[in-house]
Design a protein. Sequence first.
Length: 228
Amino acid sequence: MLDNIDIIAFDLDDTLWPCMPTIEYAEETLYQWLAQNFPRITDRHSPEDMIRIRQQFMLQDERFTIDLTLLRYELLKQLAREADYDSKTVSEAGFEVFYEARQQVSFYDDVLPCLQRLQLRYRLGAISNGNANVDKVGLGHLIEHSVSASELKVAKPDKLIFHDLVERFGVPANRVLYVGDHPEYDVVGPQNAGLQAIWINRENNVWPEHLQPPRYQISNLHELELLL
């Protein structure tokens, strides 16, 4: 059993909802918007091209691995310049289209009922390397503090992003429990920062051999409630 916990903080993508369907929907929405408003871009690049270009573009600047918002902005600027459009117009309007679509998530079935019950006993937080917005996805009434890598310019598993959340709550780090799906980012990272951690393994993945096994593993948030 877990005890001495005041705060439970969660990863977002692939912990509270599946990530790839959300991103694929957002990228398809952006592509259709570009085709309608800036067709020279989509005339030059298929949806598959856009994914490949984004993956290659990310390698150009280490900041892009931390700040995915910056990545999307700068990529849209480049695509606009190549197609002889105004880069500021395309990047600002295009990112808003992507960003709003990116918030259209489909929660795992256990998420909302479990968070609603947990919020009656604990203060809840979130940390994400992505750019999901807890208010826009519909969790603002449950999540008290949320930290994103894009906002802080520091990404998991860096200790600083976990310490930032701890400072916002004003509690000792060891009284914060972090729950997430990524072995290094969401288990080893918070533990190195002094937090407690649980691995949520929704897809029955194999734990990496080079990492020390987690103390606790769950497959859904109902199991978290049982541990608590």
